[in-house]
Design a protein around this ligand. Structure first.
Ligand code: TYM
Length: 326
């Protein structure tokens, strides 16, 4: 199992948590798990060095606070394991220009970006393929928006295996249907995303602010609380979030809210979220209060990750025909 998250934003949002991180926490009990803060991916857009360093620690602290246990899972920072960039180069040489051009995330991101679009943004999914293939991951827990990158990863693994002999396992995306795409609270037809931040609920913002965002979430003009994503996208999104945070089924929530209004649902969800996030925020603050210890945890993770990644890279280099270093 391998997955990664960008440190760019500082605070993770509810989409990150429900779409991916919740699964990371659950799967560390049943799988050998590698979880990576992808700082190399972050520099595909311009970063302030101080902010990047801080955000990388804040990201690691959030993962720990959400329940990643560094004794059970290997938690590390991508740039600490140079094999990622080394395998990425190999994979770039196997990727068609047209193939990379078809990545919808690249098309979206490059269309939105005002500054010059770098080649790194273009090759971003290939680095992601290297992240996954280095650990021979069987499963990759992600949200729906990563599906196309996972398909590219499988294509590249297959291509390498066909050309050089079986070396890489073809990974499967692990996407939990109900929470695969959490929508923006102000625009419930678009994915919740920091790049369009209107209705994004952040884990590290003041929960009062989150509760207010939830109260002012866009819903339709009707009154009835029913789950109908096509006709009632806003209400349905709130029900999905509520259900995921409480473990209660959407049906039982709908039954409970019969005869009540949107305002009741929103107010209660604000409280549910506050209850969930308050202890998480306290733990993040604790981890960040001792950055020396946090850095040690990440250094240990990097050492364990490298032990696996270096073996895979050595095998791949050998298959390609690179001379051994002696
Ligand atoms: P990133 O950092 O954008 O997002 C981290 C995870 O959160 C999921 N996610 C969502 N899920 C549901 N609803 C949403 N609104 C939502 N927004 C984000 C993402 O699907 C992701 O799982 N390219 C990756 C990082 C990466 C990676 C990897 C992932 C780099 N290497 C290797 C897996 C394996 C990304 O930008 O995720």
């Amino acid at each position: 199992m391998l997955s990664g998250i960008q440190p760019t934003a500082g605070s993770f949002h509810l989409g990150n948590y429900l779409g991916a991180l919740r699964q990371w926490v659950a799967l560390q009990d049943t799988h050998e798990a590698f979880y990576c803060v992808v700082d190399l991916h972050a520099i595909t857009v311009e970063q302030d060095p101080k902010v990047l360093r801080q955000n990388t620690r804040v990201s690691a602290a959030q993962l720990l606070a959400l329940g990643i246990d560094p004794d059970r899972a290997t938690l590390f920072v991508q740039s600490h394991v140079p094999e990622h960039t080394q395998l990425a180069w190999v994979m770039q040489c196997l990727t068609g220009f047209g193939e990379a051009s078809r990545m919808t995330q690249f098309k979206d991101k490059s269309a939105r970006q005002e500054a010059q679009v770098g080649v790194g943004l273009f090759t971003y999914p290939i680095l992601q393929a290297a992240d996954i293939l280095l650990y021979q991951a069987h499963h990759v827990p992600v949200g729906e928006d990563q599906r196309q990158h996972l398909e590219l990863t499988r294509d590249l693994a297959q291509r390498f295996n066909t050309r050089y002999g079986k070396t890489f396992r073809l990974p499967e995306p692990h996407i939990v249907k109900d929470t695969a795409k959490i929508y923006d609270l102000q625009d419930p037809t678009s994915k919740m995303s920091k790049s369009v931040p209107a209705g994004v609920v952040e884990l590290l913002e003041d929960p009062k602010k989150s509760a207010k965002k939830i109260r002012s979430a866009v819903t339709d003009t009707g009154r009835e609380i029913v789950y109908d994503p096509a006709a009632k996208a806003g209400v349905s999104n709130l029900l999905v979030i509520y259900s995921a945070l409480t473990g209660r089924s959407v049906e039982s929530l709908v039954a409970d809210y019969e005869g009540k209004g949107y305002g009741d649902l929103k107010k209660d969800l604000g409280e549910v979220f506050t209850e969930f996030v308050t202890p998480v925020r306290a733990k993040v603050a604790e981890y960040l209060a001792d950055t020396a210890e946090l850095d040690k945890v990440l250094a240990r993770g990097a050492e364990r990750a490298r032990a696996v990644a270096s073996k895979t890279l050595a095998r791949a280099y050998d298959r390609i025909g690179f001379l051994p270093t002696g």
